[in-house]
Design a protein around this ligand. Structure first.
Ligand code: NAD
Ligand code: AKB
Length: 340
């Protein structure tokens, strides 16, 4: 039986997965295979060659994938997000770290077996940063990749460690073995800010207040924001997130100066998000009901990120700034979505 050279997307039923499947199905000739606890919605299922439903921690499932597919690209999206991880830190470690280790081992075996480096895309997060005080956050402004790498959440610690695991597999794997076994994985990683999509609503994250506010207003539902109006972190519109993944994975390796890149676009406060949402939906009922503990997490994340390296190395240039993200993408598409 011949095995097909394929792309594997884990966590494919989630927010990024939705948009990434569309993009890869349209732009790549390779068949797509997915793995998620939840099945894909029918529209997306039609775009993939085969979907596997189950847990990334199950070795037997990964064996079933290689029985029929020769994988040369892995987009490892499956994870528990920050708020959810803080309620179940041991489970988060199992899914976010042990799950990633499984996928790296899987990719390593694939690279060793077919002889080509397996591209491994890993979505890290601004949660990998931990700024000790609000005053330090305000003073720091745009943060570059190597500053404040002291996450305060289990999720952030998981992400930061997995960035290192990926670099280890790519550059130093089994460095004491007689033969060279590193280089079988081409590990590339983006630290995403909060993502805002017009087609999906997030769950389990701490940056969720901004997308939740917009989706609630468009459905005429009241929304109580869990952070202060002055809470500020960077955000990126989902089409720009997918474009960034596409640009990074298609960049010639020699142009990359690092394995982990910041990407940013706009960094409004919650109050500034509220103002644009109110302008678009004047009858929106938005209040503030502070969750001091989730606020503390947001306060430990950067007010904005320095993405000079991503712009220079692989041309990160988001199409949507604050005004355009709302005016040209979110508001029109979300209105359409809920008026059906
Ligand atoms: P999401 O929660 O919408 O999707 C995650 C998917 O992973 C879900 O479909 C879930 O069913 C699946 N999953 C969870 N545990 C699993 C397991 N054990 N086995 C198999 N599947 C499992 O998240 P998203 O927003 O699409 O994020 C995708 C990735 O990007 C995650 O790694 C996340 O940490 C990262 N990221 C997201 C954001 C954001 O704002 N959305 C920002 C930074 C980084
Ligand atoms: C979360 O809030 O957990 C995510 C993220 C910024 O990584 N949206």
């Amino acid at each position: 039986m011949s095995r097909h050279s394929s792309i594997l997307i884990t966590g494919a039923s989630g927010e990024i997965g939705h948009s990434l499947i569309d993009r890869l199905a349209a732009a790549s000739s390779k068949p797509i295979v997915t793995l998620d606890l939840n099945p894909l919605v029918p529209d997306l299922a039609r775009k993939v060659k085969q979907q596997f439903t189950g847990d990334i921690r199950e070795a037997e499932l990964l064996e079933r994938i290689v029985a029929t597919h020769e994988v040369d690209q892995v987009y490892h999206l499956a994870a528990l997000l920050s708020t959810r991880s803080e309620f179940s830190p041991a489970l988060a470690h199992k899914v976010n770290v042990e799950g990633t280790l499984n996928l790296l081992e899987f990719a390593q075996r694939q690279g060793e077996s077919h002889g080509r480096p397996v591209l491994f895309f890993f979505p890290s997060s601004i949660a990998a940063y931990g700024i000790p005080t609000l005053a330090a956050k305000i003073a720091a402004g745009k943060i570059s990749e190597d500053a404040f790498n002291f996450p305060t959440t289990m999720y952030g610690a998981n992400k930061l460690y997995c960035e290192h695991l990926g670099r280890y597999y790519a550059q130093h794997y089994k460095q004491l073995a007689a033969e060279t076994l590193s280089g079988k994985i081409d590990f590339r990683c983006i630290r995403f800010p909060g993502l805002i999509s017009a087609v999906t609503v997030p769950s389990g994250g701490t940056s969720d207040y901004a997308p939740e506010m917009i989706h609630a207003a468009a459905q005429n539902q009241p929304y109580a924001c869990f952070v202060r109006p002055d809470a500020r972190i960077p955000f990126l519109a989902m089409p720009d997130a997918v474009e960034a993944i596409w640009k990074l994975v298609n960049c010639p390796k020699g142009q990359l100066s690092r394995s982990v890149y910041n990407v940013g676009a706009f960094a409004p406060s919650a109050g500034e998000v509220e103002a644009v949402v109110r302008k678009a939906f004047p009858s929106a009922v938005i209040t503030y009901d502070l969750d001091a503990k989730r606020q503390t997490i947001v306060d430990s994340w950067p007010a904005d990120v320095d993405d000079t390296a991503a712009s220079r190395d692989w041309g990160h240039a988001p199409q949507y700034g604050f005004e355009a993200a709302f005016g040209d993408y979110l508001i029109p598409q979300i209105r359409k979505r809920y008026s059906r």
